[in-house]
Structures are given as structure tokens and as C-alpha cells.
Design a protein around this ligand. Structure first.
Ligand code: COA
Length: 329
């Protein structure tokens, strides 16, 4: 019997129009285009600048286009999962706000907050509802508005992050295509290296937290760097072994876009050809939950039915893991 899998049957990305280039950052903090390019591989990132706009507005645009592209009526969507750490508000979940903005009325919706691993965790969560047979049309969004939590006077973080993401439609397939397996991990002891100090129940917003700049990303880059390479490499290897695959069987590796040196480090450690690694970090920087769907969207025209694809991510938490899927169209 062929197993019912959840397949990605459409993808739509979105990035805001405003470009923040390295040259502009040179005017804002003590940095250089050369330092940013050689240390991170990033040349520019997109920023959602329009006042009053937030993560749900990016979600709305990508979901509307996705529905149009896949010829899907909003009434047919049964579940929407939004992976983000920069939702419009602490609550309600941004997935609900997107449903309202798009006119999706028959779905339940919630957010997943797993930082840069968010899209992978949300994708597998959504896939389980389809595999179980209870749901037939699920939308998974990975999108962040990192500019809303970045201190643009901190040169160590403001050069890395950007805004944007993508949304996928998941539907059942019984032809072998779809999301086949995932290896995921979490380690809360990594929280100290990458977090936002205030704004939650531990340190609710106050004049003091604002004065101390505690509502911005705090990162110890070096600790994150090493763990990111090890975590992604380890889970890709486990995934390949568990599914009896060799690297030659993999058509595309889609790594979270955090730093070009991390991406190269992962490819080197796996001995995986760089020409088969999706890389667009130079244009968008690190969009957190957004990087992997943004890659898949940009590569969509090159993907073929049956392509074996491995997605891999590492992020705050720490959270990390890899997902193996067979492209469905
Ligand atoms: N421009 C110029 N110099 C900078 C700089 C900038 N934008 N940012 C940091 N520096 C300086 C530091 O102050 C330090 O100077 P010092 O040696 O005089 O103290 C020097 O460059 C090296 O800093 P360091 O932090 O050790 O650099 P790095 O090579 O580790 O690169 C990151 C910094 C943040 C780019 C890198 O650690 C990284 O990408 N980490 C992973 C981040 C990540 O993936 N986060 C998302 C979660 S997955």
C-alpha cells in the first residue's frame, strides 16, 4: 500500500520592496561592505518600511497569491500554521489575523515559534494533519519581520537579518511525493546565546527594559555559529541513513540562510556539491522562518516532480533539524 503523504502543491514567496544595502549600513554603524560580505555573504536585505504594516500583511500577500496560483478557494483551507517569532502581537496568533485578512473562514489557525527552525517544524506539523486523513488543504507560512526586533545601532546583529518569507499549500498525495521524514531536536540550554530579553512574562515591557534595549535580538554569534553547523550536518546525516539515501540521491539541499560560511561549512562537512545547494542569502540575509520557503520559491521553476530535497535549519532555542521530501510537481 502506498502511504498517504502531505505534498507541497504550491509555493509563494514575498519580500518587501525596500532594500537595505551594505553601503547604507556603512552609514548607520561602524562596518564595511567588505566585512559583511566576507563574514556573512550578505549584500543586501529587505525591510518592511510602510508604517502600520506587519508580519500578517506579508502573510496576506503570499497566501492570496498562493490561493490564486493553485486555484484554491479560501473556503477550502482547513488549517493555517504561521511560523514566526515576529508575529503582529504577543497574542492572538498571526495565523488567525492572516485568515481574517484573506477571508479564510473554515480553518483553525495557530503560530509556531521555533525561530529559524520554525518553518520546518510547522511544515511537519501541518503534514501530520494531512497524513492522518483528517485534513486535505493546509497552508504553512514561514515569515518574519526581523527589522521589528533589530537594534540598528548594533553592528553585530543589524547586518544579518531581513524581512520576508513564503507560504506553501499542502495536499494529500499517494504517488510517493510529499514530506517523507524529519529529524528534529531542541536544547533549551542554548537559549542564553540567542534570545530577546524582555517582552515576555519573565520581563514584561517597562521603561527599564526599553532603556536597556532588551526588546531586540541578543546573540552570541560564535556559539550559534558552531552549533548551527554541527546540528544541521548531524540531522542531515541521520535523515539520509534512516531513509537509506546517499548524497547522490539528493537533488537539492536547502539550508537555512544564516551565514554563507555556515552554509559552506555544512556542504563541506557533508561533502555535498555547492551547485546543488540553494543559496540566496546575498539578496535577503537571514529572514528567520522565511529563508527556506524563500529559497524553494525562487528555485520553483527548476524543481521537477520526484526530486529528492533535504531542508535543514538551526535556530534560537536552540532548535534544529532536517526534513526529507519528494517534490510533487
Ligand atoms: N562590522 C565590522 N566588524 C564587526 C561587525 C561588523 N558588522 N560585527 C562584529 N565585528 C567585529 C567584532 O567586534 C570583533 O571585533 P574584535 O575582534 O575587535 O573584538 C570581530 O568583528 C569578530 O567578531 P565575531 O563576532 O567573532 O565575528 P564572527 O566571525 O563570529 O562573525 C557573525 C559574526 C554574527 C556574523 C557570526 O558569528 C555568525 O554568523 N554567527 C551565527 C549567527 C546566526 O546564524 N544567527 C541566526 C540563528 S541561526
Amino acid at each position: 500500500m502506498i502511504r498517504r503523504l502531505a505534498a507541497i502543491t504550491g509555493i509563494q514567496g514575498f519580500v518587501p520592496e525596500t532594500i537595505l544595502s551594505n553601503t547604507e549600513l556603512e552609514k548607520m554603524v561602524d562596518t564595511t561592505d567588505d566585512w559583511i560580505t566576507t563574514r556573512t555573504g550578505i549584500k543586501e536585505r529587505r525591510i518592511l518600511k510602510e508604517p502600520g504594516k506587519a508580519a500578517s500583511d506579508m502573510g496576506k500577500i503570499m497566501v492570496e497569491k498562493l490561493l490564486q496560483k493553485t486555484n484554491t478557494h479560501p473556503d477550502d483551507i482547513e488549517l493555517v500554521i504561521f511560523a514566526t517569532v515576529t508575529g503582529d502581537m504577543v497574542f492572538p496568533d498571526t495565523a488567525n489575523i492572516v485568515c481574517d485578512k484573506v477571508g479564510i473562514k473554515n480553518a483553525f489557525a495557530f503560530d509556531v515559534r521555533a525561530a529559524c527552525s520554525g518553518f520546518l517544524f510547522a511544515l511537519t506539523t501541518g503534514a501530520k494533519f494531512i497524513e492522518s486523513g483528517t485534513h486535505k488543504k493546509v497552508i504553512v507560512i514561514g515569515c518574519d519581520m526581523m527589522s521589528s526586533i533589530i537594534d540598528y545601532t548594533d553592528r553585530a546583529t543589524c547586518i544579518i537579518f531581513g524581512d520576508g518569507g513564503g507560504a506553501v499549500l499542502l495536499e494529500p498525495r499517494e504517488d510517493g511525493s510529499g514530506i517523507i521524514d524529519s529529524v528534529f531536536h531542541g536544547d533549551g540550554s542554548g537559549a542564553k546565546y540567542l534570545h530577546m530579553k524582555a517582552g515576555g512574562s519573565l520581563r514584561p515591557p517597562s521603561l527599564e527594559t526599553i532603556a536597556n534595549k532588551e526588546h531586540f535580538v541578543y546573540q552570541e554569534g560564535k556559539a550559534v555559529f558552531k552549533s548551527a553547523i554541527n546540528g544541521m550536518v548531524d540531522t542531515v546525516k541521520k535523515l539520509l541513513e534512516r531513509n537509506q539515501l546517499t548524497l547522490n540521491d539528493i537533488k537539492w539541499l536547502v539550508p537555512h540562510q544564516a551565514n554563507i560560511r555556515i552554509i559552506h561549512g555544512v556542504a563541506d562537512a557533508l561533502d555535498f556539491e555547492l551547485s546543488k545547494v540553494m543559496i540566496n542569502i546575498e539578496k535577503y540575509g537571514n529572514t528567520t522562518s522565511g529563508t527556506i520557503p524563500l529559497c524553494l520559491w525562487e528555485w520553483e521553476s527548476k524543481l521537477k516532480k520526484g526530486d529528492n530535497i533535504v531542508l535543514t535549519a538551526f535556530g534560537g532555542g536552540f532548535t534544529w533539524g532536517s526534513t526529507y521530501l519528494k517534490w510533487a510537481y
